[in-house]
Design a protein around this ligand. Sequence first.
Ligand code: FAD
Length: 348
Amino acid sequence: MSIAQTRALLLTPQPDEMLAAVEHHLRQEHETHLETGKDGSRFVDKDGFCVTFQTEEKGLQISLRAPHEGMLVLLRDQVVQHVHELSPEAASDLRWEGFDCALRDYPSNFRIGTLIARSRPVTGLLRLQLQVDDIPALGDGLHLKVMLPSQPSRAPAWPRLGANGGLQWPKGKDALHVRYLTIRATDPKAGLVWLDVVDHGDGLMSTWAATAKVGSTIGLMGPTGTPVIPQVERVFLAADQTAMPVVARMIETLPPQVRGTVVAECDSAEEARSYFNSDKLEIVALDRASFRSAILEQATEICRVEKPQYAFFAGELLNARELRAFFRGDLALGNRHHSSIGYWREHE
Ligand SMILES: Cc1cc2nc3c(=O)[nH]c(=O)nc-3n(C[C@H](O)[C@H](O)[C@H](O)COP(=O)(O)OP(=O)(O)OC[C@H]3O[C@@H](n4cnc5c(N)ncnc54)[C@H](O)[C@@H]3O)c2cc1C
């Protein structure tokens, strides 16, 4: 992976106050704590992404590092959005080293995908095969921001980059419906990307996945996220159908000696085994009718027999909260040794 970096000076007469406000915002809103570097800078460095703040006479220097140019686009946009929440004027004045917005039409990590084929890898999941240009330039990565016009009858207006490095999203009638999906696989030479989408019967993304005609197009931005599992011998990986693609990607990166269990929302054990295709891990299926209510008990049963050194869950938000409490509390796993993420939220 080629590392990408850039920096910008956030102009402010009171850099110390601005840094304190940034720290407070990150801590309160994003549970993110900054560390102190040898040179006194404040930074957060996680999963290959690093943001460093250094106060200077004229303002706050912000330096960014990401595993790839495409990921830098999204990191830079996130920083611009955070600064905007604190000071809209300072955010619009940001200018990033090595970045000339006038050179770009769409962001460099934006692609248009054309639907080539659709299949069903397991009951409840739709597999979309998309033709996408210039995949190697996107680099590796787990997830894409996938986007469609919110009003399906309208021709799409795709996002652009502002001079401050922030993404400019179409508004009003041209607003986009944007959701994260995981890249299940790519074939860069053939220009193909596969996405597995839950056929949940509601929502524009799921409906597009189920009904779009071959030749239809969709916007893709990313990728972001890298599979990071610390070196361990035993893992516990659990996923509802939205997170089966990411767990399949994680399994592909595991060293051969790693053992453990995968619990997946699948109507039969055969389907789950064929989806994950792993001879290292035990695969347990919980059917779609019982997954939400049974996953915590199932996780407790499995992890009490043999405690994993790394535990992962992704799925519905309330399930993710329950599993996070279990990983942190009952299993006493440290921050780098567990992850539990809400991928969607049950309609209230
Ligand atoms: C990092 C990340 C990676 C993800 N990867 C994938 C992936 O690879 N495949 C995938 O299918 N999803 C994935 N998701 C989840 C996906 O983004 C959401 O499910 C999204 O809400 C689907 O958008 P939609 O337009 O279909 O429905 P929305 O318009 O968002 O929601 C419409 C209604 O559908 C309900 N709903 C949404 N998702 C589900 C669901 N899965 N089951 C039942 N009801 C639902 C909502 O509660 C709401 O009532 C991922 C999410 C994240 C954060």
